[in-house]
Structures are given as structure tokens and as C-alpha cells.
Write a protein that binds this ligand. Structure first.
Ligand SMILES: O=c1ccn([C@@H]2O[C@H](COP(=O)(O)OP(=O)(O)O[C@H]3O[C@H](CO)[C@@H](O)[C@H](O)[C@H]3O)[C@@H](O)[C@H]2O)c(=O)[nH]1
Ligand SMILES: [Mn+2]
Length: 739
């Protein structure tokens, strides 16, 4: 009976599919009408050489509309076939038949990534509901910090208490900090009401508090120095080196890895760290499946591994299945998510691309097949060793590990033998990648700082498929960036990474369609070319406004039939957005926030990200991956919790926003009476509406500049600078546009 029941189900989201396709056809038709209107109009201007109608502003607005249409067309691939999935882990075969899993956790800086939180991630992974002898956890410490090394040992000691407790009471939240703050004892399970349980929970909570105190003490007594010049350090953590008495508790393997770092050597950031873990684990546990976690994202549902196995063990899809991606969800999001920190708009896209040939990777919270990263299946003994070494590097031991019948060198209980430790350190040395295919065709790819996106693109190009699973109880919960400066810096890094791909030979528009379906490459292209968005947004925030001041009308008047086309396009895209917001369970306020943050990102992140990406490509700037700051700043998180914007961000980031805001306010104030004066209201309706929409949506910026007195307001110096910039645009911009 067991074999006949499916272990996973795939369901097309029919209502969404119908709405989406209707939208595609109506909106597509309206866009064609718009293009017809604009081309016709521009030809007319050229033909009759009408001196009163300047060509440039019309051309700019048309170009903006073309860019927006181009991105819209690409993004419709995400809308074409949205699906959802369900799994039945209880139907999986017994524990003895489950394949083993290696967990990779990356951390890099104990100041920006507080050790207590990183250890919580590590503990939650060690406590996953998976057979202990089939679970191996590797922590990559890119900072090579003594704080982290000592903290891992403390975590091991605490785990000796935590794991038996979780097993005995089948605890559902295995990240201690989340467990002790959520009060799982309210659970209906009768196990949780026994006095024995309550006493034991108290004891464990005390142990946890002690553990935290010890870590804080380590931080106090040790320098948090992160070194860029050190030897590799790889250590299997066990009772002996933690100074605890051995007992019978079955523990998953825990390995601390700090790869070699040297100044002037490019380490390829997180992708480089993951590749070292791939090699090191290849020699130690060599599990066929790997879970990748950022240090800011703990396991919230301990059954994620079993859920993923519902796909990997399904013979219908497993041979081609490269990875199973879970969404990134966050524990620190409030109802009124004023910066759209949770990226609400992004996750439904993955359901869309999952309906094609599978979700993209998003860096963390995914189970991936080791084989997919090696790009090789069944390396046989008779493969040419020289060829293999060219691809995988010189280590013969490692190449042996590619073979399916490879017998592991190190056992979990004993220390490595001298030889294998030497080999493992060699695999973690910084020159190992050189002149091999690591980062190019093997492992996580180095080409872009957005290693998740680019690796994902490569895997799909190589024919792998993937799966997106969004269960009701989130499997992983992260801490989202909730401060304006961090958000802009983070998003700018992502855009830079995308630009690098978009304008390279790997452009998804050219490289993609030859290797994957057209719709799927459209999805990758939509992300890659999204950077273009800053051009139309700047244009539409300046050009129609300046023209309004000079009485140049750029849009059809209210009585013109094409007025309906423009109004329809605006209304239908907003309604579609509202429908998406509602169908993910949010309110109209979320719509307004997303509109606002979209404009903010377009004007800052997309512009600076494009500049960064291009300067990196032409060598003007070194590639960088500045990790986000995960340490809670009380003042800032208080403002976020209260739903108040904190504008204490760098002037470079805020000035464009403030300048354009002031410009739109000025134009609107001057524009309104002007229109009534010359009776142009019907010609200028759209041009008056655009600044009004911008002003209303971004009202918090007005408050920040002119009404607020607290520390979180826009610094007066930035407001003054922006006003000055606004005057410059008003004077020079007008000259440029009209003559
Ligand atoms: O040189 C580095 C830099 C970063 N990291 C780790 O990479 C992870 C992600 O860094 P984070 O600062 O949290 O960046 P985010 O922007 O939040 O990360 C998102 O974007 C990254 C790509 O830019 C993806 O790798 C991540 O999975 C995705 O969550 C963290 O665990 C870091 O410790 C390293 O190991 N080495
Ligand atoms: Mn992060």
C-alpha cells in the first residue's frame, strides 16, 4: 500500500493562473495600443517638423515606456503557470533507508553576526529531526575568529543537553532562542503538561542561559579580530576537545572549518567558502545531499530534511532534480513591514518559475544534490585522472570521493589520521581552486557576487530541474534587514551581481534560450535586466513634470480615445498588484508600502547597483560582499517596530529621493493654478496625476524632511542639498528638454 501513495503532490493554482493570463492578454493588448500611439505621434512630429512640439521629451517618455514594457513582458513568464506543492513525509521509507545529509552554515564576522545567534542557527541544524548518524554539520568561519571557534565548542556542550531533550519531548521548535521565547509548552500535546516536563524544561532553560553567558564571556575576553591572513583550521568537535564526559547521546557530526586566507588572494566570498565546505565534507562525510544555511537563518521546522526527501526519493523526478528550495521567511517582520524587508513581492515569483522547470536558488534554506554541483554523475575509476584533476584540483583523495563506492577516510569518533588531516587542509587552502573548474563549472559559481542566482542559472542550463516548497509552517526563519541604510546597501549588492550577469556573455537572453525553455530564461532575464528600471523611474519623475511647467503636454487629453489606454494600463497594473498583495494575505497598506519601496529601490539601489556592477566589470572597483549587520540596534528596531521610517541613512542614498520629491511638490504646486489659468486641464491631466501619485505614495518622505523633529528624520543638511539639486534640475533640465 505504502508504495502506491504519492509522497508529494503538485497542484496548479487555477484561480491565479486564470487571473494572470487574463491580465497578460488585456495588458499586452493595451501596451500594443500605447506603442502604436507613441510611434504614430513621433512620426507626425518628424514629418511636419512642428516647432512647438519638442521631440526629446516625447522620445524620452516613449523610451521609458518601452523599457517598462520590456520588463513587463519578461516578468509574465513568472505568471504563466503558478503551482504549489505538498509533501507527505510520513510516507517516506524508514530511517535506515534515508540518505545522509551534510549541512553547511556560513558565517564571517562575529561583530556583525553575533555569536549567540549564529550558534542558535548551528544548534537548530544539529537538532534536526533526522537520524543522527546521517547528519553532519559544517560551520564555515570566514573570519577565522577565535570567538567563533570557542563558541562552537560551547554549543557542543549545550547540545549534549538540548538534543536529548528535543528527542524525548519531540520538541517542534529546535532553535533554543525561539523555543524559549515562544513557549511551546502551550502546545496541546499532553507530554507538555507533565510536571516532569516542566522541571526538565526549566533545567534546560538554565543551561541555555549559562551557555549564553559563557559566550558573552568569551566575547569579552577574546578579541573579535577577523584575520585575512591565516592557515586553515579544521576541527571535528567532540567530547574530548570540549572537555566534557562522553555519554551515550547520539550526536550528529560537527565540524568547524576556517579556510586559509591570504591578503591579495581573491576568496570569492560566500561561494568560495561553500566550495571549501564541499571539498572538506567530501572527504569526511560525503553525503549525497546538502543543506545550505546562512548564519542568520535558523531551522524552524526540524522536519525540513524529510520534506525535501519527499522529492529526492520520488523516482519520477529524482534523477533530474538538482535542488529543493524553501522560501526565506523572517522572524522579525512586523505586521506593518515599512521597508518591505520580507520581499513579499518576490516569493510568489518562485511559485511561478516552479511551474516551468523549477525554482531559482535564493542562497539559503535549500537542499541540493552534491552531484548537481559536481556536474558529473558516476565518475568511474577509469576516467582520465589528468582530466579529473584539471576539473577538480590536484587532490587524488578528493577525486576518489567522487566515485560512488568511495569509502570514507575519517570516522566520526576518531580523529583524522595525520595523512587525511593534511589532505583536508590542502583542500581548504586558498590556492586550491586555481586553474581548476571550481567556481566555473564545479561547485558554487564565482562569476557574480550574487552566487545563488548565477549558480542556479548554471544548474538549470545544465538540465537540472528544481522544486519550490512553501509549507504552512516555515522550515527556516531568518532575521531580515529592517534598517534603511542596510536595506539599500544589501539590495544594491544584489543589483550589482545581476548587472554583472546581464551584460556578460552569460546574458540569460542569449545564453539561456539555447539551454533551457524560453519561459524559464525569461524569468532569469527579468531578474537580470531589472536594473534598467531606474532609467524610466528617473525619467517619469522628472520629464513630465518639467514639461508641465512649460505647458508641453506628453499624454493624450481626456477626450482622446488613447487616454483610456493610458488610464487602463495604470489602473490594471495597480489592480494586479493589489490582487497579488491580497492573495498573499496582506492589506491595502502593503500595496502602498510596496509602491513606495519600489520607487525607492529604483531610484537608489538600481542606479548605484548598476554603477557598481559596471565599475566592477571594467576593473574600476573591486568586487565586494559586505555582509549585512545582524546585530540589533535598539533605537532603529524600535522605530521599525512602531512603523516609523528611520531616515538616518547616508546622504548619497537619500539625496536622489529627496531631490525628486521636492521637485514633484514644487511642480505640482506651480502646475495646478497654471492649468486652470490656460484651460489646459484636460491635456495635462496625466501629467498632473503623475507627481500627485508620487507625492502621496511617498508622503513619509515629506514628513521626514519637513515635519519630524526626532533623530530619525532626514538630516536638514540633506534636505537643503536636495533643494539645491532640485533648483539645478529645474533650470538646466528645462533648457535641455526644450531646446
Ligand atoms: O565573504 C563572505 C561574505 C558572506 N558570507 C556569508 O554569507 C551569508 C549571507 O550574507 P548576508 O550578509 O546575510 O547577506 P544577505 O544579503 O542577507 O544574503 C542574501 O544574498 C546573498 C547573495 O548576495 C545570498 O548568498 C544569501 O543566501 C541571501 O540570503 C552569511 O551567512 C555570511 O556569513 C560568507 O560566508 N563569506
Ligand atoms: Mn542575510
Amino acid at each position: 500500500m505504502e508504495n502506491t501513495l504519492p509522497i508529494n503532490l503538485r497542484r496548479v493554482k487555477k484561480t491565479n493562473l486564470i487571473i494572470n493570463r487574463l491580465h497578460i492578454f488585456t495588458q499586452g493588448f493595451a501596451l500594443l495600443a500605447l506603442i502604436y500611439y507613441r510611434t504614430n505621434f513621433l512620426f507626425q512630429i518628424i514629418k511636419i517638423r512642428d516647432k512647438n512640439t519638442p521631440f526629446l521629451p516625447h522620445a524620452l517618455v516613449f523610451l521609458s515606456e518601452l523599457i517598462l514594457s520590456f520588463l513587463w513582458v519578461l516578468s509574465q513568464a513568472f505568471q504563466w503557470n503558478p503551482i504549489s506543492r505538498k509533501v507527505f513525509p510520513e510516507r517516506l521509507p524508514g530511517n535506515d533507508k534515508l540518505p545522509s545529509i551534510d549541512v553547511f552554515i556560513c558565517t564571517t564576522n562575529p561583530i556583525k553576526e553575533p555569536s549567540v545567534d549564529v550558534m542558535n542557527t548551528l544548534i537548530s541544524a544539529m537538532a534536526l529531526d533526522y537520524p543522527a548518524d546521517k547528519l553532519h554539520v559544517y560551520l564555515s568561519d570566514d573570519g577565522g575568529s577565535s570567538v567563533t571557534f570557542q563558541a562552537v565548542k560551547e554549543a557542543w556542550k549545550f547540545l549534549k543537553w538540548w538534543i536529548p531533550f528535543c528527542r524525548k519531548y519531540e520538541v517542534k521548535t529546535r532553535c533554543p532562542v525561539a523555543y524559549f521565547s515562544a513557549d511551546e509548552s502551550k502546545d496541546e500535546n499532553e507530554k507538555f503538561s507533565s510536571t516532569e516536563f516542566i522541571a526538565e524544561k526549566k533545567k534546560i532553560e538554565k543551561k541555555y542561559e549559562e551557555f549564553k553567558r559563557r559566550i558573552l564571556k568569551i566575547i569579552e575576553n577574546t578579541s573579535s579580530f577577523t584575520s585575512r591572513d591565516h592557515d586553515p583550521l579544521i576541527q571535528v568537535i567532540n567530547d574530548e576537545n570540549c572537555g566534557v564526559d562522553s555519554d551515550k547521546t547520539e550526536m550528529p557530526l560537527l565540524v568547524y572549518v576556517s579556510r586559509e586566507k591570504r591578503p591579495f588572494h581573491s576568496h570569492h566570498f560566500k561561494a568560495g567558502a561553500l566550495n571549501v565546505l564541499l571539498r572538506v565534507s567530501g572527504l569526511i562525510s560525503n553525503s549525497p545531499y546538502i543543506l545550505v544555511l546562512d548564519c542568520d537563518m535558523y531551522c524552524n521546522d526540524p522536519t525540513s530534511g524529510r520534506q525535501a526527501m519527499c522529492f529526492f526519493l520520488d523516482p519520477k523526478i529524482s534523477p533530474k532534480l538538482g535542488f529543493v528550495q524553501f522560501p526565506q521567511k523572517f522572524h522579525n517582520i512586523r505586521e506593518n513591514d515599512i521597508y518591505d524587508s520580507q520581499l513579499r513581492f518576490f516569493w510568489p515569483k518562485l511559485e511561478g518559475v516552479d511551474g516551468l522547470r523549477g525554482s531559482m536558488l535564493v542562497g539559503t534554506g535549500f537542499y541540493i544534490k552534491r552531484e548537481a554541483l559536481y556536474r558529473t554523475s558516476n565518475v568511474q575509476e577509469d576516467n582520465d585522472l589528468v582530466q579529473l584533476q584539471k576539473a577538480f584540483g590536484p587532490s587524488y583523495e578528493f577525486i576518489k570521493s567522487l566515485q560512488q563506492n568511495y569509502k570514507l577516510n575519517a570516522s566520526r569518533d576518531e580523529e583524522f589520521s595525520g595523512v587525511s588531516l593534511k589532505e583536508i587542509r590542502f583542500l581548504a587552502s586558498c590556492g586550491y581552486d586555481n586553474n581548476t573548474k571550481w567556481g566555473k563549472e564545479v561547485g558554487f559559481r564565482y562569476f557574480s557576487v550574487l552566487e545563488d542566482y548565477f549558480t542556479s542559472f548554471n544548474l538549470h542550463c545544465n538540465g537540472w530541474i528544481s522544486v519550490y516548497l512553501d509549507p504552512a509552517k516555515p522550515c527556516f526563519l531568518g532575521s531580515a534587514t529592517t534598517n534603511l541604510n542596510e536595506i539599500i546597501v544589501q539590495y544594491t549588492r544584489w543589483v550589482a551581481g545581476l548587472v554583472e550577469v546581464a551584460v556578460s556573455r552569460f546574458s540569460p537572453l542569449i545564453y539561456g534560450p539555447l539551454r533551457m525553455s524560453t519561459l524559464q530564461s525569461m524569468c532569469y532575464a527579468n531578474s537580470a535586466y531589472d536594473f534598467l528600471i531606474f532609467l524610466p523611474v528617473y525619467c517619469l519623475a522628472i520629464v513630465p513634470q518639467l514639461c508641465l511647467l512649460h505647458g508641453i503636454h506628453l499624454y493624450p487629453k481626456v477626450t482622446n480615445p488613447f487616454f483610456i489606454v493610458f488610464s487602463f494600463l495604470f489602473l490594471s497594473s495597480q489592480l494586479k498588484h493589489i490582487q497579488e498583495v491580497f492573495s498573499s494575505g496582506h492589506s491595502i497598506r502593503t500595496w502602498a508600502i510596496e509602491q513606495r519601496i519600489w520607487m525607492l529601490r529604483s531610484l537608489t539601489c538600481y542606479m548605484y547597483g548598476t554603477l557598481n556592477g559596471i565599475s566592477e566589470m571594467i576593473g574600476l572597483r573591486a568586487a565586494s560582499f559586505l555582509p549585512t549587520d545582524k546585530a540589533e540596534n535598539d533605537e532603529q528596531s524600535k522605530l521599525y517596530q512602531m512603523g516609523i521610517y528611520d531616515f538616518q541613512a547616508s546622504g548619497l542614498l537619500l539625496a536622489p529621493l529627496c531631490t525628486l520629491y521636492i521637485l514633484n511638490v514644487v511642480v505640482f504646486i506651480i502646475g495646478v493654478p497654471k492649468i486652470f489659468h490656460i484651460r489646459q486641464a484636460s491635456k495635462m491631466f496625466i501629467q498632473l496625476f503623475i507627481p500627485l501619485f508620487g507625492i502621496l505614495i511617498n508622503y513619509p518622505l515629506f514628513e521626514g524632511m519637513f515635519l519630524r523633529k526626532d533623530d530619525g528624520r532626514v538630516a536638514p543638511s540633506i534636505t537643503i542639498l536636495s533643494a539645491a539639486l532640485c533648483i539645478i534640475i529645474l533650470s538646466f533640465g528645462s533648457l535641455a528638454l526644450i531646446y
